[in-house]
Design a protein around this ligand. Structure first.
Ligand SMILES: Cc1cc2nc3c(=O)[nH]c(=O)nc-3n(C[C@H](O)[C@H](O)[C@H](O)COP(=O)(O)OP(=O)(O)OC[C@H]3O[C@@H](n4cnc5c(N)ncnc54)[C@H](O)[C@@H]3O)c2cc1C
Length: 344
């Protein structure tokens, strides 16, 4: 029987390992736990339908990923008894004015025909925003998508690792050994740019600020897709993460910068006016990208398989990629055509 060696234990590696071992394979995962691991810093928004990207292969991947989440999480939480932080309280995309709101509604609501898991899609006038998010700035109207959700990257990874170990997998916190023979699956994220012959991997450094809001109204809130590329996600009652900054870089340094802290702190104050805000932590993640911002999934030679370039939606796509890669390697049918993602 093939023994699968997975190099990299972020969402890509952990998910492939979990699905392979659930199908009866022998698997070892090597993970260095680099600081800057994207999965650890991720905001975990699972709401692909609101994106304006037009790449059909990417869209198929992330919407299949979102559809898989409820069953995947139920199985994983039942197997481990652990909480992954997966919730579906909807998402609200904010718009600057009524004209943009109408265009946005037209674009987003059309997608419901192919994706019933989006649930209800409705316009929220700005006066009603605080019914959903009591302390949020109510200057902007929004579009509510009932099926929008979130997952906590750290908790999900811990649950995957726990399930993987309980099924007999080996998880080694170390660099891949130089003399490792056999079948290798590289899921090394940003660090993949130096590790195999293809595909080309670049990365973006992204920072997120976690903070508490001194609120009198302890209610759970939907994900907020704010103006520009800004989002606000609940991490705990009255505790949120706001992000993100994007910097293309060659550096693997993952220390928060003062400049980005001040920028994100300023945004937090703007979105929660008149509230006392207390910092919790700043996280830095290195998001891996491949060509056209489309993940790469496939063989680069007979005994080397690569999954990388998960970009800004890797938590959404990670579990279904794990399922599909494991099924494909074990000779089973897949729902997605993985050839679409193998372009070396
Ligand atoms: C700030 C931020 C916010 C995000 N928000 C969202 C979101 O809202 N929704 C969403 O869907 N996605 C989001 N993402 C994207 C998502 O987190 C990433 O696409 C995904 O986590 C990438 O996973 P990965 O497993 O490919 O890489 P990583 O999680 O980076 O894991 C790679 C692992 O490989 C290990 N490694 C590397 N080289 C070696 C080696 N030689 N030997 C052993 N181990 C090695 C590293 O130590 C690391 O642990 C966000 C990302 C960031 C940074």
């Amino acid at each position: 029987m093939t023994h699968y060696n997975i190099i990299g234990g972020g969402i890509a590696g952990a998910s492939i390992g979990y699905h392979l071992i659930s199908l009866g394979a022998k698997v070892t995962i090597y993970d260095r736990e680099d600081s800057g691991q994207a999965t650890n810093a991720s905001a975990g928004i699972i709401c692909p339908w609101i994106s304006q990207r037009r790449n059909k292969k990417w869209y198929r991947l992330v919407t299949t990923g979102a559809k898989y989440y409820p069953d995947f999480i139920k199985t994983l939480e039942d197997e481990t008894g652990l909480d992954t932080g997966y919730t579906r309280r909807g998402s609200i995309s904010l718009f600057k004015n009524e004209e943009k709101l109408a265009l946005g509604y037209n674009r987003i609501s059309k997608k419901k025909d192919d994706s019933p898991e989006m649930g209800e899609v409705k316009i929220i006038p700005k006066e009603d925003i605080n019914h959903f998010h009591p302390d949020l700035n109510n200057q902007y109207p929004g579009i509510f998508v009932e099926g929008g959700g979130q997952v906590k990257g750290r908790l999900l990874l811990h649950a995957l690792k726990t399930a993987f170990l309980s099924k007999g997998g080996k998880w080694l916190t170390q660099e891949i050994p130089d003399d490792l023979d056999g079948y290798k699956i590289y899921t090394t994220g940003a660090w993949g740019r130096y590790q195999n012959s293809g595909p080309d991997i670049r990365h973006q450094r992204s920072e997120v600020l976690h903070f508490k809001v001194d609120s009198d109204v302890p209610v759970h809130t939907p994900v907020i897709m704010a103006l520009g590329p800004i989002y606000i996600v609940e991490m705990d009652l009255n505790q949120f993460a706001i992000g993100t900054t994007h910097i293309d870089t060659d550096s693997f340094e993952a220390v928060p910068s003062k400049e980005n802290y001040e920028y994100l702190r300023g945004l937090a104050e703007r979105y929660f006016p008149d509230k006392k805000i207390t910092d919790v932590e700043m996280l830095v993640g290195l998001k891996p990208y491949a060509r056209d911002h489309l993940p790469f999934i496939g063989h680069v030679d007979d005994s080397v398989y690569v999954v990388n370039g998960l970009g800004a939606t890797g938590l959404t796509a990670g579990p279904v990629i794990g399922r599909e890669v494991a099924r494909s390697l074990m000779g089973l049918d897949t729902e997605l055509n993985l050839e679409d993602y193998n372009y070396v």
